[in-house]
Design a protein around this ligand. Sequence first.
Ligand SMILES: NC(=O)C1=CN([C@@H]2O[C@H](COP(=O)(O)OP(=O)(O)OC[C@H]3O[C@@H](n4cnc5c(N)ncnc54)[C@H](OP(=O)(O)O)[C@@H]3O)[C@@H](O)[C@H]2O)C=CC1
Ligand SMILES: CC(=O)N[C@@H](CCC(=O)OP(=O)(O)O)C(=O)O
Length: 349
Amino acid sequence: MNTKLRAAIVGSTGYGGVEVIRFLQGHPHVEITSVISSSNSGERLSEGFPHLSEIMIEALDAVDIALIAEKADVVFTATPHGVSAKLVPQLLEAGLKVVDLSGDFRLKDGSVYETWYKKSPADEALLAQAVYGLCEVFGEEVKGLDFVSNPGCYPTATLLGLIPAVAAGWIDPHSIIIDAKSGVSGAGRGTSLISHFAEINENFKAYKVNQHQHTPEIEQALTQVAGEPVVVTFTTHLTPMTRGIMSTMYAKVNGVHTDEDFIELYKQYYEGRRFVRIRDKGKWPATKEVFGSNYCDIGFAVDERTGRVTIVSVIDNLVKGAAGQAIQNLNLMMGWDETLGLSLTPIYP
Ligand SMILES: NC(=O)C1=CN([C@@H]2O[C@H](COP(=O)(O)OP(=O)(O)OC[C@H]3O[C@@H](n4cnc5c(N)ncnc54)[C@H](OP(=O)(O)O)[C@@H]3O)[C@@H](O)[C@H]2O)C=CC1
Ligand SMILES: CC(=O)N[C@@H](CCC(=O)OP(=O)(O)O)C(=O)O
């Protein structure tokens, strides 16, 4: 008798979906039973992804709700914004568990989604039901659920870097400035001018300034933690690397707190949470130090001269920023150890 949880992945020919497959392959309690493609059904997975040739899937399935419900218990929807909003209700209706990697269920207010994503929001009742799966902060709420909305990549790095200080009242939430940089895989696998080799190689550019769709997601979580409305200045940059996000954050310190105080506060907040690692005084995390892994590494320095703290947080956008955290959420939903299937050490150099 098969006792493993059966998993299907929609959006399997995109970067997020392929990364879910890579990690689930090593999960002790999960078996991949359906890999779904809206554009290449019938093809073998290994035709497009020869590095996945050991996965025992005959052919890619079409997006067919009845078939998915027959073959799987849980579905990872690594689908574009707008697609998940329509697909997830059908999957839930069919009795499946769902972890959605898109931005469609992260914002509670549909009109805010419409403003920032320029798309129609998902069903209001489902938005109310969706729990925001930032595991180290809201993980308790995820336990036992059938549906989780996986956080965005920039918000994951940023919120893990800010929330302990905001929750403790150690920084002024109205003074926060976030300067974030991402590797090109954050833009997905589809070709676009922004990720064209000649456009990004030996280049470094700001984009979506004051218009990035992750701004309200960051503000929503900080508002919840601070207990008052919070708005932030958030600027994103594209860097000529494949994976990785570095979020550098600046905020005014309330009262007097040293580097050592911040380190201690964060170590306590994340005690027992394997995937957040706090750097010692004077040590700064780099994207290579989390590459290919589910870690988020954070470093601090208080500047007594300006009264500000600088916080640097790094993740792999495709792992802690997408597929890894999605599997961590499944582990929490199922009541398993949250690290199952995710114990890979970063690839270095
Ligand atoms: N890249 C990243 O770093 C992160 C991505 N995300 C989010 O995860 C989701 C996937 O991102 P990513 O993998 O980068 O994107 P990609 O563009 O690389 O892949 C998305 C995949 O979705 C599938 N798809 C497209 N349209 C449909 C449809 N109508 N029905 C079903 N499937 C469809 C396509 O696969 P096929 O043609 O085979 O169906 C496509 O390959 C997005 O919502 C993204 O915003 C979240 C955090 C980080
Ligand atoms: C480099 C790059 O283009 N990154 C994407 C964000 C990544 C993403 O997929 O967005 P979600 O996490 O909301 O799904 C962007 O800036 O829009």
